[in-house]
Design a protein around this ligand. Structure first.
Ligand code: ATP
Ligand code: MG
Length: 507
């Protein structure tokens, strides 16, 4: 209504019919039958003087109920609505008209959202005679508008409420255009800090240099979606493994509006998966060893009994034929073979954890020092032996005699791995195995242990050999040089003694 000056009433009506209705009446008379719009007039001090059919429909008052009442009855009780109403009249008075939207009250007390046009009425002398009001009920439109706003707000809350995933949008050329709570939590940037930055800054410098960010957007733009896993960098410089989905967002005509990105931190999941894999593998190995051990132990036990009977009887026969040199030699050979068999059986028994052990509390430092000489002799001059014992060593509860045996076996393995000489290091220290460490081991509870490390500077083991090194009869040595039982018996012995044995090796 801007630009329309104060409504001038037709002079004629007054001259032709001086006793006719007042000007404000005529100003609204035309609208009497209109039902879509409320059209009514009010006096300069606000009293309702006319009332059309539309007004009745919208407000619910019949003309006889409302004419003469003050127009403030059409306002809700909120003082703000009263202020807005007064401002509306003031503007109409000063500028000729005003147009606003605001709350109004119906007869039944319910409220409606109204678009209101108020026009100041003056007579030919310029004297104000009141206001004409045009009111349209816009409640439905308002509801629809509010629903959109509310749904947008709800969507915003939903996206923002997600704290496990970074959800944000990129412009078509990769600049961040919004940012949710999850993005702040995972990447560490606040919305203000990051809006407008290029998203390549979340990539590692290597990946960014290799053009990965651009490629992700290109693929998303081409195929609609891009999905990958890779390293990303947080604000503080730390890295995490991200699972990333990039969706291209297009309008109805297919024009690219930008990209929606969802990033999840899967570092923990990846670590958990790895740990699970390791645990499974360890369990599988332990079960395999357990099964072979039980079988081997059982066979060795019976085999050993057979050998003992053989040996006993051979010795009896030997005493009988003491003067028969030829027979003596044969018996001697037979007994020697039985001895070899017994040694084998005892190694198998050890692996099968069915050895008779006599554990006692021992200071392993003293024990290792005691074998020093033997080792040096067994290893020869090309191999240097070094012993490192850390202070305050706890006592271990173990069968020393068998441990000696194991140590000798390990030393001989080391010697075989260092044909050109090298260094053998024996190391003793206290070891606290905590819950974290034992989680991936199926065979040992957390607690205090004494660690004996045997390290050589030899050829090392390949992953393949490492995998099978404890298996009985697994050997890489030529026929007749190794039985493949050294590490097996070490394994069985350590396990039978309640300990844990592990090989670290690099070829
Ligand atoms: N210190 C080591 N360095 C490199 N490889 C080793 C070492 N110790 C063991 N191995 C590998 O593990 C295999 C199995 O060892 P293990 O002691 O059980 O049997 P062996 O030495 O072959 O025979 P045995 O000890 O019965 O005479 C070896 O054949 C070798 O390939
Ligand atoms: Mg060996």
């Amino acid at each position: 209504m801007d630009g329309v000056p104060v409504q001038k009433l037709n002079d004629m009506s007054r001259t032709e019919n001086p006793d006719g209705p007042a000007a404000e009446y005529w100003a609204t008379e035309w609208a009497r039958p209109v039902t879509e719009l409320a059209v009514f007039a009010i006096t300069p001090d606000g009293f309702i003087s006319t009332w059309n059919a539309g007004a009745e429909v919208i407000y619910g008052y019949r003309p006889d109920e409302i004419i003469g009442a003050h127009s403030t009855v059409l306002l809700p009780d909120d003082p703000k609505d009263r202020e807005a109403f007064e401002a509306e009249l003031r503007q109409a008075r000063e500028k000729g008209s005003s147009a606003i939207e605001g709350w109004r009250k119906r007869k039944d007390g319910s409220v409606l959202w109204a678009s209101v046009v108020t026009t100041a009425l003056v007579d030919t002398n310029g004297t104000p005679v009141g206001f004409a009001k045009l009111v349209r009920d816009e409640s439905e439109k308002r509801k629809a508008h509010e629903a959109v706003i509310e749904s947008e707000q709800r969507f915003r809350l939903l996206v923002d409420g997600v704290s496990d995933d970074a959800i944000y949008m990129l412009s078509p050329d990769g600049f961040v255009t919004n940012w949710n709570n999850g993005a702040r939590r995972i990447k560490g940037y606040s919305a203000q800090e990051i809006m407008g930055s290029h998203f390549s800054r979340f990539y590692t410098p290597e990946d960014a240099a290799a053009g990965l960010p651009q490629r992700a957007l290109e693929i998303a733009a081409l195929e609609g979606r891009f999905e990958s896993e890779g390293w990303r960098v947080r604000r503080d410089g730390t890295r995490f493994v991200a699972h990333v989905i990039v969706d291209a967002i297009r309008d109805d005509s297919g024009a690219l509006l930008g990209f929606a990105k969802i990033t999840r931190d899967v570092t923990e999941k990846r670590e958990a998966d790895k740990l699970l894999e390791e645990t499974k593998a360890a369990l599988f190995r332990a079960q395999k060893m357990e099964a072979i051990g039980r079988l081997t132990g059982g066979v060795a036990h019976d085999f050993n009994n057979v050998l003992q009977v053989l040996r006993g009887n051979l010795e009896l026969l030997q005493t009988r034929c003491a003067r028969d040199q030829w027979s003596m030699e044969r018996f001697g050979n037979a007994i020697q073979a039985v001895e070899r068999g017994a040694t084998l059986a005892s190694q198998l028994l050890a692996f099968g954890r069915r050895q008779a052990l006599r554990p006692e509390p021992v200071n392993l430092a003293a024990m290792v020092r005691g074998t020093d000489d033997l080792l040096r002799r067994a290893l020869g001059e090309t191999i240097e032996v070094e012993t490192v014992v850390s202070g305050g060593l706890w006592n271990a509860f173990v069968d020393v005699h068998q441990l000696d045996n194991v140590l000798l076996n390990l030393a001989i393995n080391a010697r075989d791995a260092m044909p050109d000489g090298g260094m053998l290091t024996l190391e003793l220290s206290n070891a606290m195995l905590d819950d974290d460490y034992v989680r991936s081991l199926s065979d040992v509870p957390a607690g205090q242990y004494v660690m004996l490390g045997v390290t050589d500077t030899g050829c090392g083991m390949s992953a393949d050999v490492l995998e099978r090194a404890f298996d009985p009869f697994f050997t890489t040595k030529p026929e007749g040089q190794g039985t493949g039982l050294g590490l097996s018996m070490a394994y069985g012995f350590v396990k039978q003694s309640g300990g844990h044995i592990r090989i670290y090796s690099e070829p």
